[in-house]
Design a protein. Structure first.
Length: 100
């Protein structure tokens, strides 16, 4: 958990989802973290089945999901554009340095 939460605090290079969650946490200034420990979490099949069920229930309950599991909305797409604009600016800067 520590490593995963740190990735949201300091997103890894090129990971759109980590940047989107980081940005949402900064702008919200607060968040809830739910940790599920029911079932055999060491088994990937079981873990994925439980996760899909929770995602489905959250979406039916009208919750906005920050990862890629929810439907696109304006905030999600705006965050996606900001991420890609930052990535494009970094690539342009690298290209300009190479062309000097």
């Amino acid at each position: 958990m520590h490593r995963r939460l740190y990735e949201y605090r300091r997103p890894t290079k090129g990971n759109e989802q980590e940047y989107r969650i980081h940005e949402a946490l900064i702008s919200a200034r607060t968040a809830e973290l739910w940790i599920y420990t029911d079932g055999d979490m060491s088994n990937k099949t079981t873990r994925c089945r439980l996760e899909r069920g929770e995602i489905e229930m959250a979406l039916k309950g009208g919750m906005q999901l920050l990862n890629n599991d929810g439907p696109d909305d304006a905030a999600h797409l705006e965050a996606k554009v900001r991420f890609h604009e930052k990535e494009a600016a970094a690539a342009r800067a690298k290209l300009a340095a190479l062309q000097k």
